[in-house]
Write a new protein. Structure first.
Length: 153
């Protein structure tokens, strides 16, 4: 009888441990990855190029975007008037004024005439928009770009 009791007890303990170790996994909602910032452009309507890094910035007299690919091998500096000028709409850029500079290798590009950049969204301190510019300074004659949720730096 003691032997039967011992066997039953061991079986009961093992069964309890077995059920304990087979705990049902918790069901969690899928996690939506955070939106990532992007700055992409095309030169002369060619292939889409994505910057390694991009952000927007501001100072006492202006607001701007900086974007890099391959360090300074492909670098954009875009500036428009007024500090924290993130309202939606067109932002005037002036030729030969330092408002637009694109460095590609050893070439430096400027807009060929006064043009507008479009701010299409500004949410949670992140800037989105686009532009299509005629440029001068080398073999590139047009640059089309889109920027999405650029963080402030």
């Amino acid at each position: 009888m003691k032997k039967q009791f011992l066997i039953t007890s061991v079986f009961f303990i093992l069964a309890c441990m077995s059920f304990q170790s087979c705990k049902k996994d918790e069901v969690t909602a899928p996690v939506t990855p955070p939106a990532t910032s992007t700055f992409t452009w095309k030169e002369n309507a060619g292939a889409l190029i994505t910057a390694d890094s991009a952000y927007w910035t501001t100072w006492s007299t202006g607001t701007g975007i900086r974007a890099y690919k391959g360090g300074m091998q492909n670098f954009f500096e875009i500036n428009w008037a007024s500090a924290n000028n993130t309202s939606l709409g067109a932002k005037a850029l002036f030729a030969n004024n330092g408002d637009f500079t694109f460095l590609k290798s050893t070439d430096s590009y400027d807009i060929s005439s006064n043009q507008n950049l479009n701010v299409t969204a500004f949410t949670n301190n992140k800037l989105s928009g686009n532009f299509t510019f005629a440029v001068k300074g080398g073999s590139i004659t047009s640059i089309e770009a889109t920027f999405t949720e650029l963080p402030k730096k």
